[in-house]
Design a protein around this ligand. Sequence first.
Ligand SMILES: Nc1nc2c(ncn2[C@@H]2O[C@H](COP(=O)(O)OP(=O)(O)OP(=O)(O)O)[C@@H](O)[C@H]2O)c(=O)[nH]1
Ligand SMILES: [Mg+2]
Length: 420
Amino acid sequence: MIANAATDDVRADEARTILVGVDLGPGSSFDPTLDELALLAESAGDVPVARLTARRKAPDAALFVGEGKADEIKALVTEHQAVGVIFDQALSPAQQRNLERHLGVEVLDRTGLILEIFAARAKSHEGKLQVELARLQYLSTRLVRRWTHLERQRGGVGHRGGPGERQIELDRRMIGERIKSLKARLDKVKRQRSTQRRSRERSHTFRISLVGYTNAGKSTLFNALVKARTYAADQLFATLDTTTRSLYLEAARRSVSLSDTVGFIRDLPHTLVEAFEATLQEAEEADLLLHVVDAASPVVQEQMLEVQRVLQEIGAHEIPQILVFNKLDQLETDQRPRVQSDWIELDGRRLPRVFVSALEGLGLDQLRSLLAQAAMAPDLSEAMALGSAPAQGPVDLDRALAASGSDGSEERTGTYDNPT
Ligand SMILES: Nc1nc2c(ncn2[C@@H]2O[C@H](COP(=O)(O)OP(=O)(O)OP(=O)(O)O)[C@@H](O)[C@H]2O)c(=O)[nH]1
Ligand SMILES: [Mg+2]
């Protein structure tokens, strides 16, 4: 479960894991299916073998769940010979330690799991720096909390075992130093990036960034548009580093730059958003955002709103945005849209929307022509009103999809993109 070389073999073998979600009532996020947590666990190399949900008014201070539930989890661990338990909600360091003691196996929460995935995925120098920063920031808040906890204890009953205050003070200082040096190095990376950006600005390059919930199909769309081979996979956070390519738009007779970026997720650890500033900068300073959406997801609305929330957090919510409803091929016949594009209200904004299947190459010509118009007339409403988008009339998508077949090439989409 922990991403380091020593456990890789065991993990490849089978890191059998129990998933636990606790419904803490309104205002807290709870997924009764635990599907996303299962995907996260699988992305980290774990094998979820059982799921358990519980409901509580408030978390138990010691074990997060009640003692009865903890025993139920323990029974599942034994029954399935699990080696770890993953909680969908954030645990305090004390709860995590107590649970580990109670259950006799490793315990991780969602934030910890996401950090492990990021640590395992980071490839570039910059990506590694960012992940290390995020992990240290996560760790340092935990140390601080333990420190105050110990202080309180000293005033009370007296000393207990474990690391003493001197050790913690030392750890904190070392972590603090390391965080400072990482931030300085990342600053340098950011400065280099802005130099590159200025040179792109001088050449008036129109910059487009793909953003969206993790696994929505950003990299697949990126590859389809620029004919590249960026890693795309049915994993959460397959992409961590920003890749930028030039994309020639025939209709505009000019090239634009297109960037593929890291995906977002519900309850994205704040430390990660902060640490990934250099990567997210690409999206922050784009001229246009392509917000890729998995249209076939049962929680499509929640995912879109989550992405808007993160965009807001990084100050990118006012950048012109096109919603790209992807995975059209996976929609049931009766769910399929009758048009290739339209407008939709999202979070108080009216946004143009295009339907595509990045995998089967459906709707890409339509998207390209919209991009070309946006690149020529950055005011999107103008672009949408001017050109062929939104579609003039309903299009028989069923027929187009049937015609595209399973290996639908881009040529075939001609029938779809130009129905006349
Ligand atoms: N059926 C179908 N699957 C798709 C489509 N586009 C992407 N996928 C699949 O969805 C999965 C995720 O695709 P990616 O392109 O890696 O998604 P991403 O948004 O880049 O994900 P992260 O980098 O992990 O955030 C892969 O298994 C793709 O093959 C599509 O149009 N239709
Ligand atoms: Mg990707």
